[in-house]
Design a protein around this ligand. Structure first.
Ligand SMILES: *Cc1c(COP(=O)(O)O)cnc(C)c1O
Ligand code: SF4
Length: 322
């Protein structure tokens, strides 16, 4: 059983403490990290305990395998913070430890034995908070698997504890196959000078950076918030990758926009903001069916297969039938 009291506790880092504005109502950082017991205790009927179907795709401890060519490897279940909207929120207290070397070998064997697996995505929890020795071991082993083409790391460490990324971390990552890092960042306020320096370390050593953002009411649900965030990410050489529609995690209704609202936000960005600042708006379909782009759509077909395309300003244009 989940220990509800544990889940509802605040947990964040010194770095986050520095940027929380306790005096500002609805501060975008406070909203992400400070517990609101009243709101989080409201469980809507559509909310589910395993919102994206991880359990169904958990093949062996430490592995979530949903798509043919890529797997998640979770070397460490917990994080340095507890984001109040986290899609694994109700599991975190149960996965406090790193995989043991024995469990890790099991997970690596799973990857070794399936030649269809082309990419390993280190996820969590916080994979970059895994002990240095174990991280080095993981990379060394993955490097020896011929069918692995690329290693990806999904992390929030550069935002919540940029000082923990060191030259040694870079050295461990660089000796290997191509590495891509996806940084979880939701509001431009999170991007301080230290964060920029940390991103410079990665990019200057040849590790490309992408970002993922959870669409959250109050944190980034205005077009100006997203515009500022995606522009700032690009200026620190982080390419916006995904904007996630907020998952149906229990007790997160106060964060969730509608899909229509999300699409309207994406429409406002398209054309008005540089193309390299645009992420793909995605939904993780409940019960483990994977992520799909959810628009907005700019093209429509009528019954006679006539094609209409809408430009960014909302004007319709006919496109020749095909
Ligand atoms: C999100 C996710 C991935 C990565 O998906 P991409 O669309 O390639 O970014 C892979 N496996 C699982 C289980 C995931 O949830
Ligand atoms: S960093 Fe990611 S995995 Fe960790 S608590 Fe936040 S959303 Fe969850």
């Amino acid at each position: 059983m989940n220990n509800k009291t544990d889940v509802l506790k605040n947990k964040f880092t010194k770095k986050i403490e520095e940027i929380i504005d306790y005096d500002r109502p609805n501060d975008p950082v406070s909203l992400q990290f400070l517990t609101d017991i009243e709101k989080e205790s409201i469980i809507l009927k559509e909310e589910i305990s395993d919102p994206i179907g991880d359990d169904r795709c958990s093949k062996i401890k430490g592995i979530i395998h949903r798509y043919p060519d890529r797997v998640l490897l979770i070397p460490k279940g917990d994080c340095l913070v507890t984001c109040r909207f986290c899609f694994r929120k109700w599991k975190l207290p149960h996965e406090k430890t790193e995989l043991t070397y024995e469990e890790l070998e099991g997970a690596l064997d799973y990857i070794r034995s399936d030649p269809q697996i082309w990419e390993v995505v280190l996820s969590g929890g916080e994979p970059l908070a895994t002990s240095e020795e174990k991280l080095e071991y993981i990379f060394k082993q993955l490097n020896n698997i011929p069918h692995i083409g690329v290693i990806r790391i999904h992390t929030r460490l550069p935002i919540v504890a940029p000082e923990l990324v060191t030259e040694k971390t870079i050295k461990i990552l660089k000796k290997n196959k191509p590495v891509f890092i996806v940084i979880h960042c939701n509001n431009e306020k999170e991007i301080t000078d230290d964060v920029k320096k940390c991103c410079d370390l990665f990019v200057d050593s040849g590790i490309p950076l992408l970002s993922q953002t959870a669409l959250l009411k109050g944190v980034n649900s205005e077009a100006e918030d997203l515009e500022a965030l995606f522009r700032k990410l690009i200026t620190i050489r982080v390419k916006p990758y995904y904007l996630h529609h907020c998952d149906l995690v229990e007790g997160t209704g106060h964060f969730r926009t509608t899909i229509k609202e999300g699409q309207a936000l994406m429409r406002k960005l398209r054309g008005n903001v540089s193309g390299i600042c645009q992420p793909t708006y995605v939904l993780d379909i409940p019960n483990g069916y994977g992520k799909v782009p959810i628009g907005p759509d700019y093209v429509s077909f009528d019954a006679n297969e006539l094609i209409t395309v809408m430009d960014y300003a909302g004007t319709q244009h006919q496109y020749p039938p095909q």
